[in-house]
Design a protein around this ligand. Structure first.
Ligand SMILES: Nc1ncnc2c1ncn2[C@@H]1O[C@H](COP(=O)(O)OP(=O)(O)OP(=O)(O)O)[C@@H](O)[C@H]1O
Ligand SMILES: [Mg+2]
Length: 235
């Protein structure tokens, strides 16, 4: 039994038990997850690793309330989402999740501050409040001096940190990132990973990063390996 299983339930921000996911049906059905357990505690910085096609994005999408599991138990912040319908997912996502994608998906014509602020405005903040909050979030990821820069004027790592600041809009307790360093050189990859780690260690977020990138493994609290839709207990 590892330390994670000994911690009290209240600390358990993510609880995934015996989750399966089948894409399609009938002759074309494909079982991408075959009974996965994935508990994560508050403030943990966990990396999820495994070969291409092993089910990493599928698991992250279920945690991120983008997809529903086919069977099994999923709980976020104590709320059971196993029975959630497609229509419930946007509310759950807004309440609990900040997503960082491999491609940063920033809007080229907007400054860093506008890119982050736009999401806050869409969620109902006034423009001035959104701008102030965006400035604070960009400062948190080490970009306090780049508020007025457009994505084209930033390095790949800086762009990815703007995307992290955007994921933080609305203070979601859980931050999920799918291969956030895949397109970056070693130095930028480390900086982005250090930024994600700081969200967990300094700001109390719970952070799960999908990655193949062995240059960043040393920064994880815990590395979970998945292969062929199953968590490998002893990699
Ligand atoms: N929408 C879908 N319909 C059918 N099969 C899918 C779908 N999405 C993923 N799969 C299959 O499920 C399996 C797991 O896919 P997933 O995207 O989770 O893998 P991954 O570990 O993230 O891979 P990669 O490292 O290449 O991103 C793969 O075999 C994939 O082909
Ligand atoms: Mg993937």
């Amino acid at each position: 039994m590892n330390a994670a299983t000994l911690l009290p339930q209240a600390e358990r921000v993510i609880e995934v038990r015996n989750v399966t996911k089948t894409y399609g049906s009938g002759a074309t059905a494909f079982q991408a997850l075959k009974g996965v357990d994935f508990p994560v505690n508050a403030g943990e910085f966990v990396m999820l690793s495994g070969p291409s096609g092993s089910g990493k994005t599928t698991l992250l999408s279920i945690l991120g309330c983008v997809l529903t599991a086919t069977s099994g138990h999923v709980q976020l912040m104590g709320e059971d989402i196993s029975k959630a319908k497609e229509g419930d997912l946007p509310r759950l996502r807004r309440s609990y999740i900040g997503f960082v994608f491999q491609a940063h998906n920033l809007i080229a014509s907007l400054t860093a501050q506008e890119n982050v602020g736009l999401l806050l405005e869409m969620r109902g903040s006034s423009q001035s409040k959104a701008r102030a909050e965006a400035g604070r979030l960009l400062d948190d990821v080490g970009l306090g001096d780049k508020l007025m820069s457009k994505p084209g004027d930033l390095s790949g790592g800086q762009r990815q940190r703007v995307a992290i600041a955007r994921a933080l809009a609305g203070s979601p307790p859980i931050i999920l990132a799918d291969e956030p360093t895949a397109a970056l050189d070693a130095q930028n990859g480390l900086k982005v990973t250090e930024t994600l780690r700081a969200l967990a260690k300094e700001h109390g977020h719970t952070v799960v990063v999908v990655t193949h990138d062995n240059r960043i493994f040393h920064l994880a609290d815990r590395i979970v390996h998945i292969e062929d839709g199953l968590i490998q207990e002893h990699p």
